[in-house]
Design a binder for this molecule. Structure first.
Ligand SMILES: [Zn+2]
Length: 346
């Protein structure tokens, strides 16, 4: 069970959908949303592309997307809806702040069955643009999860990492990489390869999910892979203990004693097979200088690197080492970090 399964808000959501007792809540809620989509596809489909699926689902939900590319675009959008009599859109300017990627409003001047009853504004300004695909499905998820979209209190946002927001991300990840479209494309690419590669990710994205980010597609592949893989995101940071000390206002008398940031595994996500196989990398552990990840981060001019290494060269707290396991590492620089996938070599 993931920790999200233990969150009271998530358990309550499952209860309201009468899914209590149907296994773990997250899986049950995601399954419930996918069942709805499947039924809609059965009656309104078929769909061959993810774009067609998105159109079908949003038609059912009476939702339209408005993508915002610039501050001027946002101002124009706000004016447009205010002229249509939708005063609440004035709040958009503040709603789409630093951490918010999207917001959905219900129109008061459109009838409940109007095709644009819900307007989902997708913030694509600057770096947020890379996540437009995921943000669209996140906004959709808020309405998929309720039997009646009219019952959802609006506006909803894509922001914060509250349990319900993380639940929406989970739904978005499954609905946006809809298995009947994603599965065959993934299997086709994997058929001739012994392990997951970034090339597979790019090929699946290029063929079926052109609007999705590399990262979102990588996670979809990581989840679908039947063999062990651990996703690692490495960045320069302090030891957790030193981080706490600095936050707590600790000062160091000598500059030399001041803790230095090191390249660490800031995020570690094993897939289900890796959990079963106990392929373990400790969160926040230091990446050894002999690793492909370290080499790419500090020494390489390129943006990608691959290589074989043994996890027993990775040392974590108190001199303990990871298991004696040969692994294949594929690493890529992404905005001041390195993202990598680690898979056992058998
Ligand atoms: Zn949200």
């Amino acid at each position: 069970m993931s920790r999200l399964d233990d969150e009271p808000d998530v358990i309550e959501q499952a209860r309201r959908l009468r899914l209590a007792g149907h296994g773990n809540p997250v899986q049950a809620i995601v399954g419930h949303c996918l069942d709805r989509i499947r039924r809609w596809v059965q009656s309104d489909g078929p769909v061959a592309t993810i774009g067609q699926l998105e159109a079908l689902v949003t038609r059912r939900l009476r939702m339209v997307f408005e993508e915002v590319e610039s501050d001027e675009g946002l101002a124009a959008l706000i004016r447009k809806y205010i002229l249509l009599g939708e005063g609440v859109f004035a709040y958009l300017k503040h709603d789409l702040d630093g951490d918010t990627f999207g917001a959905t409003y219900r129109r008061s001047t459109a009838a409940p069955d109007a095709p644009d009853r819900l307007v989902a504004i997708i913030d694509c300004r600057g770096d947020k643009g890379a996540r437009r695909f995921f943000t669209r499905w996140h906004e959709v998820a808020h309405f998929l999860v309720e039997p009646d979209p009219e019952e959802v209190e609006t506006p909803v946002h894509r922001a914060s990492d509250s349990p319900l927001e993380r639940l929406m991300d989970e739904i978005a990840a499954h609905a946006g990489f809809y298995e009947p479209i994603f599965g065959p494309a993934f299997d086709r690419e994997m058929a001739s390869r012994p392990r997951l590669t970034f090339q597979v990710v790019e090929a699946v994205r290029g063929q079926c999910f052109p609007d999705a980010s590399f990262q979102a597609t990588l996670f979809a592949c990581h989840r679908r892979l039947m063999t062990p893989v651990v996703y690692v995101e490495a960045e320069e940071r302090l030891k957790a203990e030193h981080e706490r000390q600095i936050k707590g206002g600790v000062q160091w008398l000598f500059e030399e004693a001041r803790p230095e940031a090191q390249l660490r595994a800031a995020q570690v996500v094993p897939n289900a097979a890796a959990q079963r196989a106990k392929l373990f990398i400790a969160p926040n552990m230091r990446i050894p200088s002999s690793s492909v990840i370290h080499r790419l981060f500090f020494d390489s001019l390129g943006s990608e690197d691959t290589g074989r290494e043994n996890l027993n060269t990775w040392e974590h707290s108190g001199g303990k080492r990871l298991a004696d396991q040969e692994v294949w590492v594929e690493a890529k620089k992404v905005k001041g970090r390195v993202v990598a996938i680690v898979q056992p070599v058998t």
